[in-house]
Design a protein around this ligand. Structure first.
Ligand SMILES: O=c1ccn([C@@H]2O[C@H](COP(=O)(O)OP(=O)(O)O[C@H]3OC[C@@H](O)[C@H](O)[C@H]3O)[C@@H](O)[C@H]2O)c(=O)[nH]1
Length: 477
C-alpha cells in the first residue's frame, strides 16, 4: 500500500485540522524565541539548514532537550536564572524571580509542541509504588513519504557533531541508525530520541564489521580532540583505517552513499595559507598528532580507492575547527577549555605564545554543510567545510572571557559563588608538540559546488555555547 504523503495527510478530514509536527514547530518558532540571533547579514536566524529543508532554530538548541529531560528528574531543579532563560522565556521579570514551581510542572512555551509526556505503567502484582515511565511523544519530525524517507547510518552519532547531525536528520523525517562505541560519545546527547520509531541506537565499534541495510552513511566515528585522539594513538589509527574500511565495505554491499568526515589536520602545519583542497599538506608522519592526521589521510585514500575500484558513491568533508553545545566539559579543545575555565573563574591556559591561529565555525553551520555535501552531486574531491573567521588563540581566549563576563553582567548566566575567587585571566603555559601554527580554509569550492557559506557569527555561536556550558556546570553542582 502506498504511504500517504504529507500533502495527502493534511487533506484528510481527521488530520486536516492538525498541522504536521514540523509545521506546528515552525509556527511556534515565529513566537518570540528563547534568544534571538542574527546572522552574518544582520537578519534574524529563525531556522537552520542550507539549500534543502530548514529546521526551526529552537528545535536544535540542545539546552531545551536537557531541560525537558530534567522535568522528569524531580530532584533536580534549575536555578531561577536558567528557568527565566530557557523554561519560561515569556515570563515577566517578577515571575522569573519567584520561587521555581514543582519540577513536574515546569513547561517551556517554546517546547509546548515538542515536550515529552510520560505515561506511568504499573506492573500487575508489583507494589503500587513500582512504576515505569514510557515516553510516548517526542520532538516533532517531518512526515516523509516512504519513498522519500532514507535509512541513514551515522557512525559516531552520539558525539558532539554526530548528535547534532542526528537531530537534524530526525527532524527532516529520516530513519536514523546510530552506531557508537561511546569511547568519546555520550548517551545523554541522544536521550530525547530513544524509543522514537525512526531512531535506533547501536552500541558497537566501527573496527568490527556490521551488517545493516542503509541508504546513506555519515562516517564520523573517531575521537576528534587532540587530547582524546592522542590518549590511545593505536586505537585512533585503527578507527580511521579499519573502521573506515568496514564502513566502506558496508557502503559497497548496500550501494549506500558514503560521506567521510575528514579534517583540516590532513594539511598538518600548512605552508600554504589559506588552505585549498588542492594543497597536499605538511604532516609529521610520526609525531604525536600522526595517529589522527595520517589516520584521516589513509581514510581519504581508502574512500577514493573504493570509489575508483568498486564504484562506491563517496563524499569527503574536510572539517575545520568547530565548536558548540554538547562538547563535553573535558573535551580539551580551545573553545570548551576556555569557556569552562572562564565560567569556573579559573585561568585560561594558552599553549605557547598564543599566536597560532584558528578559524572557528559553529556546529549548526557544519551540520548544514555535511548534509548539503551528502545531497550534492560533488564526489570527485574533498570539500573544505570551515569558517574564514581566523584569529589568534590569544584573541579567542580574550573574546571568550569577555563573552562570559558580559553574559554574567546581563544576568543571563549565574554569577561565581561568593567564595570563589575570579582568577579567569590568560595564563601562558608551554607549547604543545607539532601544534599547527595557522589554519584557515579556502572555501571557494564549498561555495561553488554546494552553495554553502557559514551563516552564524562566531559571537552568536559563543553566546549559545557559553549558556549551554553554564547550564551544564550548574546541573553538575
Ligand atoms: O586549552 C587550550 C586548548 C587549545 N589551545 C590551542 O588552541 C589551538 C586549537 O586547539 P584545539 O585543541 O581546539 O584544536 P586543533 O586545531 O589543535 O585540532 C583540531 O583541528 C581540527 C579538527 O578536525 C579537530 O577537531 C581538532 O583536532 C591550538 O593552537 C592549541 O594549542 C590552547 O592554547 N589552550
Amino acid at each position: 500500500m502506498q504511504q500517504p504523503t504529507r500533502d495527502s495527510l493534511s487533506a484528510t478530514s481527521s488530520l486536516s485540522d492538525r498541522p504536521a509536527p514540523l509545521d506546528r514547530a515552525r509556527a511556534h518558532s515565529r513566537a518570540p524565541s528563547v534568544r534571538s540571533v542574527t546572522d552574518r547579514d544582520g537578519n534574524e536566524l529563525r531556522e537552520v539548514g542550507g539549500t534543502g529543508e530548514q529546521v526551526p532554530l529552537d528545535l536544535v538548541r540542545p539546552i531545551l532537550c536537557i531541560l525537558s529531560i530534567l522535568r522528569c528528574t524531580l530532584t533536580v531543579r534549575p536555578s531561577p536564572q536558567l528557568q527565566s532563560l530557557y523554561l519560561n522565556p515569556l515570563a515577566s521579570p517578577t515571575a522569573a524571580d519567584s520561587p521555581p514551581p514543582p519540577a513536574q510542572h515546569l513547561r517551556s512555551p517554546s517546547l509546548s509542541s515538542t515536550s515529552d509526556r510520560f505515561s506511568p505503567h504499573t506492573v500487575p502484582g508489583w507494589p503500587a509504588s513500582v512504576a515505569f515511565a514510557t515516553r510516548t511523544t517526542f520532538p516533532p519530525v517531518k512526515k516523509l513519504a516512504r519513498a522519500d524517507r532514507k535509512r541513514i547510518l551515522v557512525t559516531g552519532g552520539a558525539g558532539f557533531v554526530g548528535s547534532h547531525l542526528v537531530d537534524r536528520l530526525m527532524f527532516l523525517g529520516h530513519d536514523v541508525v546510530v552506531l557508537d562505541s561511546f569511547f568519546s560519545g555520550n548517551k545523554t546527547t541522544l536521550a530525547h530520541w530513544v524509543g522514537h520509531p525512526n531512531f535506533e541506537l547501536i552500541r558497537g565499534d566501527v573496527v568490527e564489521p556490521i551488517l545493516l541495510e542503509v541508504d546513506q552513511i555519515y562516517h564520523l566515528a573517531c575521537p576528534a580532540s587532540p587530547k582524546a585522539y592522542q590518549r590511545n594513538a593505536v586505537k585512533t589509527l585503527k578507527t580511521s583505517f579499519i573502521g573506515t574500511q568496514n564502513m566502506l565495505g558496508l557502503a559497497k554491499r548496500t550501494k549506500a552513499r558514503f560521506l567521510l568526515s575528514s579534517t583540516s589536520e590532513v594539511y598538518g602545519s600548512p605552508t600554504v595559507h589559506p588552505q585549498p583542497e588542492s594543497y597536499w599538506g605538511n604532516v609529521n608522519p610520526n609525531g604525536p598528532r600522526a595517529c589522527y592526521d595520517e589516520g584521516k589521510r589513509v581514510a581519504e585514500a581508502l574512500t577514493y580507492g573504493y570509489a575508483r575500484q568498486d564504484g562506491v558513491d563517496v563524499r569527503v568533508a574536510r572539517i575545520f575547527n568547530c565548536f558548540g553545545p554538547r562538547m563535553s566539559t573535558d573535551d580539551g579543545r580551545l573553545v570548551s577549555n576556555f569557556v569552562v575555565a572562564a565560567l569556573k573563574g579559573e585561568p585560561l591556559q594558552v599553549y605557547g605564545d598564543g599566536q597560532a591561529t584558528r578559524s572557528l565555525m559553529f556546529v549548526h553551520d557544519l551540520v548544514t554543510g555535511l548534509i548539503d555535501l551528502m545531497e550534492s552531486s560533488h564526489s570527485l574531491t574533498p570539500v573544505n567545510i570551515g569558517s574564514s573567521d581566523e584569529g589568534t588563540v590569544l584573541s579567542w581566549a580574550q573574546t571568550i572571557l569577555s563573552t562570559v563576563r558580559s553574559l554574567r553582567a546581563a544576568g543571563e548566566i549565574a554569577p561565581l559563588p561568593p567564595a570563589t575567587p575570579d582568577r579567569s585571566e590568560v595564563e601562558f603555559v608551554p607549547a604543545v608538540v607539532d601544534d599547527p601554527p595557522r589554519r584557515r580554509p579556502d572555501t571557494t569550492l564549498a561555495r561553488e559546488v554546494i552553495g554553502w557559506d557559514p551563516r552564524w557569527t562566531v559571537q552568536a555561536g559563543l553566546d549559545e555555547t557559553v549558556r549551554y556550558f553554564a547550564a551544564q556546570l550548574e546541573m553538575a553542582d
